[in-house]
Design a protein around this ligand. Structure first.
Ligand code: AMP
Length: 143
């Protein structure tokens, strides 16, 4: 299964934030949507970075409650690993394991067209495995 088919099923909505927003703004986006990261998009409309709940925890550990007034650009990860619509599920698992992160923005021709979380990866991988198991069972049963 590739990213294009995952996006067809889960949709292409991506929560984004501006680099000059505060960490409190980010927390207020993450909590109600029950998500763990937002993509940082600058004035040019290009992806400038990504900020996840882990970055916010680290900032609070370093700066205390004042961290919530810091800007996204002070805390975000600037080198963003992304995937394309043609990327396969196996590649996403490898990228997330190697990079030790749980979110992969989908970028096509410099445009942000979706995001895949580790939750999506687990969900669609499980569906693939279940399909294979039932095909094998069917094959064995019918000879
Ligand atoms: P996460 O596991 O997604 O909460 O992120 C863990 C750390 O990796 C945080 O510092 C994030 O800013 C960073 N991170 C998350 N996704 C990516 C990505 N696709 N590329 C680079 N860094 C990322």
């Amino acid at each position: 299964m590739n990213v294009a088919s995952i996006l067809k099923s889960k949709g292409r909505a991506v929560s984004t934030v501006r680099p000059n927003a505060t960490l409190l703004d980010v927390v207020k986006k993450l909590a109600p949507k029950k998500i763990g990261a937002v993509v940082v998009v600058g004035d040019s409309g290009r992806v400038d970075g990504i900020i996840s709940e882990r970055d916010i925890i680290r900032a609070v550990a370093d700066h205390g409650v004042h961290a919530l007034g810091m800007t996204v650009s002070e805390v975000m990860t600037r080198v963003v690993v992304s995937c394309q619509e043609m990327s396969e599920l196996d590649e996403l698992m490898e990228m997330m394991t190697k990079g030790r992160f749980r979110h992969l923005p989908v970028i096509e021709d410099d445009a942000l067209v979706g995001i895949i979380s580790i939750g999506d990866v687990v969900k669609y991988h499980l569906a693939e495995v279940q399909l294979e198991v039932s095909a094998m069972r069917n094959y064995i049963a019918t000879g």
